[in-house]
Design a protein around this ligand. Structure first.
Ligand code: AMP
Ligand code: MG
Length: 356
């Protein structure tokens, strides 16, 4: 299949003319990747079981990992859900459109092919102008997981999508690099107490400020056994993974950097291609002899965690391109956006964390 690529000239003000063909493709069962404020999504009509199946095939995604339905406005929610719980209403009002996904009991309109067989449906209203307008023009809810091959880091540019999806989908809409860089926060509002299933840019603190009590799915905290059933089925897979063997090192800056230097030198002696992930604040802790032999990349500034989230997946992909054998990565304090960053890094590292 030939994948068409179109570029939106002004991402803040997309023209209907530019998005018309993409919308038509979506409406008619095609696959179209497009930018959102979180990561690039791989879209298909969420009400068309065959189209949803094509998403799983293009990504190589396990079929029990359900898709998020994206809507353009609040009116788009009602047909998809059996009921909107009170907590859901509050969250919608506070955070939609934006990087928050909610789990609702599904209506009969939503096929099980979209929900991985579950009787619930995940719904999000993106704020990105390209995503929002495209969904509105398509006139159908759009199922859109991240537009990467399953198991690879999520795409934050159209080039990343091209690497993974060229020849597998009808179209890529290029709207430039995304803003946030990590996937949406997921909150299950079907139970008596709302539960965080995946941390993201809407932080636990923001959720608790609004709702009071919020639980955390234990699946977020630790490694899952293969037969475990986390509430967000996708959380059990080794997502977001670079090809390299990755280790996270957690501790005070000085001790953390010293341990990373030690591990890196050890691996270099074994003839391995070594990558180090640091930050602007800690870069100076890696001596020149080491940075000459190993590739050291900064993800951004600890004092501005949004820069870290923004660069995280691109940095992992760069190491993939260089065929790095092992990556040693600094850990991040787990408050606020750090919670989402650590969640993704921990998974990328297959839960391999050294505490110093
Ligand atoms: P992605 O497609 O990469 O954005 O991942 C979507 C995430 O949403 C996965 O972790 C899914 O398991 C989760 N998800 C989607 N639908 C549901 C649902 N009905 N219940 C719980 N989690 C869901
Ligand atoms: Mg994904």
């Amino acid at each position: 299949m030939k994948t068409e690529r179109i570029t939106v000239k002004d991402r803040l003000h997309p023209q209907d003319e530019e998005l018309k063909k993409a919308a038509e493709l979506l409406r008619n069962g095609g696959l179209v990747a497009f930018p959102t404020e979180t990561v690039y999504g791989l879209g298909a009509n969420a009400l068309d079981e065959e189209a949803a199946k094509r998403i799983y095939a293009a990504k190589g995604r396990p079929s029990d990992n359900p898709l998020i339905a994206h809507i353009a406005d609040e009116a788009g929610l009602e047909p998809l859900v059996a009921q909107v719980p009170e907590a859901g209403r509050k969250l919608m009002k506070a955070f939609w459109p934006g990087p928050l996904t909610m789990i609702f009991p599904k209506s009969s309109l939503v096929p099980h092919g979209t929900t991985g067989g579950l009787d619930t449906v995940a719904v999000r209203m993106p704020s990105d102008p390209v995503a929002n307008r495209l969904i509105a023009l398509a006139g159908v809810p759009v199922a859109a997981p991240s537009a990467n091959t399953s198991g690879r880091p999520s795409p934050t540019t159209a080039d990343h999508v091209w690497e993974d999806m060229n020849g597998r989908i009808e179209m890529i809409v290029d709207g430039g690099p995304v803003g946030i860089g990590v996937e949406s926060t997921i909150v299950d509002v079907t139970g008596p107490v709302p539960m965080l299933l995946r941390p993201g840019a809407i932080t636990m603190e923001m959720l608790r400020d609004l709702l009071g009590e919020v639980e955390i799915d234990p699946a977020i905290a630790g490694p899952m056994s293969p037969d475990a059933h986390p509430k967000a089925p996708g959380m059990k897979y080794r997502h977001y993974a670079p090809k390299a063997d990755m280790t996270l090192v957690e501790g005070e800056p000085e001790a953390m950097a010293a341990e990373i230097c030690r591990l890196a030198e050890e691996s270099l002696r074994q003839g391995r291609k070594v990558g180090i992930i640091c930050t602007e604040e800690t870069r100076h802790r890696y001596p020149e002899e080491l940075t000459a032999a190993a590739r050291v990349r900064s993800m951004g500034m600890r004092s501005k965690e949004e820069t870290i989230a923004h660069n995280l997946y691109a940095v992992l992909r760069e190491f993939d391109e260089e065929e790095t054998d092992c990556i040693f990565c600094e850990a991040f304090p787990t408050a606020e956006l750090g919670q989402a960053i650590m969640n993704r890094l921990t998974k990328a590292a297959g839960h391999k964390i050294i505490k110093v």
